[in-house]
Design a protein around this ligand. Structure first.
Ligand code: MN3
Length: 243
């Protein structure tokens, strides 16, 4: 009788042998993701707050479905795609996206869609928090001032990127290779990591992110979303991207 990885996990084999060596993201949620994958593939991270914590800006039902169904499905599908590729499954999901050209062509688009979805959403939950929003703070606040000439100008550029994304995708604030901040939009679940960029703030503009509360009013969703931006986490990501 041979044991597959799931059997071994049930038996408690192999879990303790895992050592956390990658520290791309120091937040608990990303550590949780990293620790899980060695044993059983990527894992849906817990929301860092209650589903209703972002009310009234983001409603609880949207959070429940978005996290518990949409994000869960990305995790399930990327694990399925990588099931025959343990050497890829062991990579940090961000490293997987950064090296997307090394993923076999027959599963590459599936990994882009679902691995991208997993990483994008894992970041997104942390980029939001209750009792957050307001003006950007710290190092990233000063960098926004230098790069855009103020927070209002960043918001205009970012909202514009989100509004002009036709169909589904994301708007991002990223750190480029030269360490500069930039605003851009990606389609579907395409990750800025695939372009060698490091996202520090992103907003999901798929309809599933806002339709229950805002229906077709994406602009209203974007306006409200700034009230939940977690600048502490944005600063954390900014520091890591520049390190
Ligand atoms: Mn989404």
């Amino acid at each position: 009788m041979t044991l597959n990885r799931r059997d071994m996990l049930r038996a408690g084999v192999g879990v303790a042998s895992f050592a956390l060596t990658e520290r791309l993201f120091v937040s608990p949620i990303m550590s949780q993701v990293a620790e899980a994958r060695a044993a059983r593939g990527y894992m849906l991270p817990k929301l860092p707050y209650a589903a209703d914590a972002l009310e009234p800006h983001i409603d609880a039902r949207t959070m429940e479905i978005h996290h518990g169904k949409h994000h869960a499905t990305y995790v399930e599908n990327v694990n399925k795609a990588l099931a025959e590729h343990p050497q890829l499954q062991q990579k940090d999901p961000i490293a997987l996206l950064r090296g997307i050209e090394q993923v076999p062509s027959d599963i590459r688009q599936t990994v882009i869609n679902n691995g991208g979805g997993h990483v994008n959403h894992s970041l997104f939950w942390n980029m939001m928090a209750p009792n957050a929003g307001g003006e950007p703070t710290g190092e990233v606040g000063r960098a926004i001032e230098r790069a855009f000439g103020g927070f209002d100008k960043l918001k205009t550029a970012f909202n514009d990127a989100g509004m002009k994304r036709f169909g589904s995708g994301w708007a991002w604030l990223v750190v480029g290779r030269g360490g500069n901040l930039d605003v851009l939009s990606t389609a579907n679940q395409d990750s800025p990591f695939m372009q060698g960029l490091s996202p520090v703030l992103g907003v999901d503009v798929w309809e599933h992110a806002y339709y229950l509360k805002y229906q077709n009013r994406r602009a209203d969703y974007l306006a409200a979303w700034w009230n939940v931006v977690n600048w502490d986490y944005v600063n954390e990501l900014y520091g890591q991207a520049r390190a």
